[in-house]
Design a binder for this molecule. Structure first.
Ligand SMILES: [Zn+2]
Length: 418
């Protein structure tokens, strides 16, 4: 039996041998460092693309039709969910017939929440468009997050279910693409650490441990936290985000950095929890979506407070819902998802329309689906441009000005047009 103690005894001579060259190198490195005074203040090298800062939010399990229902409403006297105590607010816009548009989702719709402190601004509306979760029809949280953060389809990155272990190749996460470009590993094995900043708030099981491990091992992911709890004024991931922002800002001042460039991934998971527990037709589900929109507003407020109101925000969901499951009865796949963009304009002109053939492709017998039709009619909301979650990584890389075409296994298309 190999105990930890035994193992360490066996490894000790090996470790000593492997550490020796490193120790020698350190002595030499220190000697040379003394002769040439290294500047204390690191100089930042800003990304060469149009963007220096971006936050990507995955809003877990928010069905497109429910989101759109809440996004634009006509009657401010009808609560946002049955017997609810939150009412729509004015967007300041009118519909085609000239009637004012109200919303239950002020952050997405570009309005100020009713409970926002006096003097708070209303932010511009998000650009919203219909999307699909995946091309393989499996609507699970972990594979979809892996697709968002690598730009690869589930068949390629190998995470096909929430229980799939391992998978993902080294160097294929968005954290590694960004850091390897802007803050590459130095001969001493370290990165500068102040040129580009990265942060992720999501439990590892939702993004895949392999993704987390590669990103962390390579020091491409500087700070990783779980979701945190929902108590306090900055619930869940936002509290962690705020801590990172504060530290980055403090270091910007201390080190005299010219600017702070960053990528942050936040996972808002409560709608998924409510969807499973209460069903997508419940008032509880609508309530949680409404409440999570408020977090998005807080995020924009926080960014503005730190002087980074120019940060782009992408927000999407990993899957839809049917009652309390991700999928429809009889195994139908729920695509019914969406994507939003703030401070950046995305273009769908190059994206092909999704056809019945595309839809049937994910069925166990595509030919039967094509000749006899799917077991239930293809819902109108599923006939949308062919935007999959694999677009997230290439779009962000284009925004940051990083070349990825032909040199990465990225399969998604970029929606960014400079
Ligand atoms: Zn999910």
């Amino acid at each position: 039996m190999i105990t930890a103690k035994n193992a360490s005894r066996r490894l000790a001579p090996l470790l000593a041998l492997s550490i020796l060259p490193a120790l020698l190198w350190l002595v030499i490195a220190n000697a040379s460092a003394q002769s040439v005074a290294a500047p204390k203040a690191a100089q930042t090298v800003p990304p060469s693309g149009d963007y220096q800062r971006a936050v990507f939010v995955s809003w877990d399990g928010v069905r497109r039709d429910v989101l759109y229902d809440l996004l634009e409403v006509s009657d401010p006297l009808v609560p946002c969910w049955d017997n609810g105590d939150v009412f729509p607010v004015a967007t300041g816009r009118v519909d085609a017939g000239g009637a004012p548009i109200f919303t239950c989702l002020p952050a997405l719709a570009g309005a100020k929440p009713t409970d926002a402190p006096a003097g708070s601004p209303a932010y511009a509306p998000y650009q919203l468009f219909a999307a699909h979760t995946t091309n393989d029809g499996n609507t699970m949280t972990k594979p979809q997050h892996a697709s968002m953060l690598t730009g690869q389809n589930t068949e390629t990155h190998g995470l096909v279910g929430n229980r799939t272990k391992g998978q993902l190749a080294e160097g294929t996460t968005i954290f590694e693409y960004l850091m390897n470009t802007y803050d590459p590993v130095q001969p001493d094995g370290r990165r500068d650490g102040t040129i580009f900043r990265t942060h992720m708030s999501s439990d590892r099981k939702y993004v895949g441990r392999a993704l987390y491990r590669w990103a962390k091992k390579s020091k491409a992911l500087q700070r990783a936290t779980g979701h945190g709890n929902g108590k306090g004024t900055l619930p869940g991931p936002l509290r962690h985000a705020d801590k990172s922002f504060a530290r980055w800002k403090a270091e910007e001042v201390e080190l005299g950095l010219t600017e702070t460039d960053f990528f942050m991934f936040l996972h808002f998971k409560t709608p998924d929890w409510s969807g499973h527990r209460n069903g997508a037709d419940s008032r509880a589900y609508r309530r949680v979506i409404t409440e999570t929109d408020r977090k998005l507003y807080t995020l924009m407020d926080t960014l503005r407070t730190f002087g980074w109101g120019d940060a782009a925000i992408l927000v999407t969901t990993d899957h839809g819902f049917n009652k309390v499951h991700h999928t429809r009865d009889a195994g139908r796949n729920v695509f019914n998802t969406w994507m939003g963009a703030y401070n950046v304009t995305l273009d769908l002109a190059q994206i092909p329309m999704r056809t019945t053939a595309d839809y049937c492709e994910s069925f166990s017998d595509p030919q039967d689906c094509l000749s006899n039709g799917p077991e239930e009619p293809m819902p109108p909301e599923d006939v949308v441009p062919n935007v999959f979650l694999t677009v997230v990584t290439p779009t962000l890389l284009d925004m940051f000005g990083i070349e990825w075409r032909g040199i990465t296994p990225i399969e998604g298309e970029s929606l960014y047009v400079p």
